[in-house]
Design a protein around this ligand. Structure first.
Ligand code: 5AD
Length: 343
């Protein structure tokens, strides 16, 4: 094993120049992925945890320049699920073997604390053996506290970039990196298993900003880290910006597995969209979670964060059996459990 990968394994704290080299060339990839697989194996074996992703609303009060469901996109066909529809998704998901439900949506005021707490209580009441994960953007500390008291277990909120200037390239005035970080520290402090992450290859991203992302994550110590390539959406100001690369995304998954040996690292939908075998490749780079789509079929193509987002085939929760088959070809085993982070 090369000295660089050895050092990465030993303390995860590579000096700046070495991290830069690791990020900029493909010369370490083989070793990096092999080593990442070993670390993953130590804590999680060959297990793959699954999450049923329920996209509850594509209304959003935010106007992030990269995102297809941004407020200013007049072409988005907006929807929000009813409480009954959400419960029906859980029922179907439970039958399929899902023991974590992820309720994700734009920042939609309709899903206020009262409605969200009722939904969370209903799900936890009916499926006490399941974890509920929320991904609903920035809310007040008090709101997060209420959701936690109602029984939510986990919360996903990507920081998107840990560099102030880059954050302002990606977001309109009014959105603020400090506020985002404060939300993340609040979530952790309240007791949520907390997830963060960023897009790979977003406009304005550099090796330096990526290193800042890694350093910020080391400070936050999240339980989950979601990354995926930036992919353009035709109705956004970034429509002509180049897509992120699968190579760099996989390399970063491998690096994250070293820096956060026990973290839950999803092989994301964006990775599956950019390459037909993207999710498998993610697993082989060190990921250990997949999040198939459990949203009702009639809304799936509306939750379009980027062009051509996959939502059928192996991406769909109904195809769990086929996904399991595909995963087993590469020696991975999908398990029906909450899939909490290793102790
Ligand atoms: N390409 C890739 N990922 C995107 N996201 C939003 N828009 C895009 C895009 N165009 C990601 C963001 C967000 C998560 C839900 O989806 O990182 O946090």
């Amino acid at each position: 094993m090369s000295r660089l990968i050895e050092q990465l394994r030993e303390d995860g704290n590579l000096p700046e120049e070495k991290l830069q080299r690791l990020l900029q060339t493909d010369e370490y990839d083989r070793e990096l992925f092999q080593s990442a697989m070993e670390i993953r194996e130590k804590y999680y074996g060959r297990k793959v945890y699954i999450r049923g992703l329920i996209e509850i609303s594509n209304y959003c009060g935010n106007d992030c320049y990269y995102c297809g469901i941004r407020k200013s996109n007049q072409n988005a066909s907006r929807y929000r699920l009813t409480e009954e529809e959400i419960m029906e998704c859980c029922r179907i998901g439970y039958g399929l073997g899902f023991r974590t439900f992820v309720l994700q949506g734009g920042e939609d005021g309709w899903f206020n604390d009262e409605r969200m707490c009722r939904i969370i209580r209903n799900i936890k009441g009916k499926y006490p053996d399941c974890a509920v994960t929320l991904s609903l953007g920035e809310r007040s500390r008090q709101s997060y506290e209420r959701l936690y008291e109602a029984g939510a277990d986990r919360y996903l909120l990507r920081h998107e970039t840990a560099d102030e200037t880059h954050y302002r390239i990606l977001h309109p005035p009014g959105m603020d990196l400090q506020k985002r970080k404060e939300c993340l520290f609040n979530l952790k402090d309240i007791g949520f298993a907390t997830g963060s992450g960023f897009m790979v290859g977003s406009p304005g991203q550099t090796v330096e900003t990526i290193i800042k992302d890694l350093r910020f994550l080391q400070e936050l110590k999240p339980d989950m880290i979601g990354i995926g390539p930036y992919l353009r959406h035709k109705d956004t100001p970034f429509k002509d910006c180049e897509d992120g690369s699968i190579e760099l995304t996989l390399r970063l998954i491998g690096i994250l597995r070293h820096l956060f040996p026990k973290a839950l690292l999803p092989s994301t939908t964006a990775l599956g969209t950019i390459h037909p075998q993207g999710r498998q490749l993610g697993m082989m780079a060190g990921a250990n979670v997949v999040m198939p789509n459990l949203s009702p079929a009639h809304v799936r193509n509306k939750y379009e964060l980027y062009d051509d987002k996959i939502c059928t085939g192996d991406e769909a929760a109904e195809s769990k059996a086929h996904l399991a088959e595909q995963m087993s070809l590469t020696g991975f085993e999908i398990v029906e459990s909450r899939g909490d982070r290793a102790e």
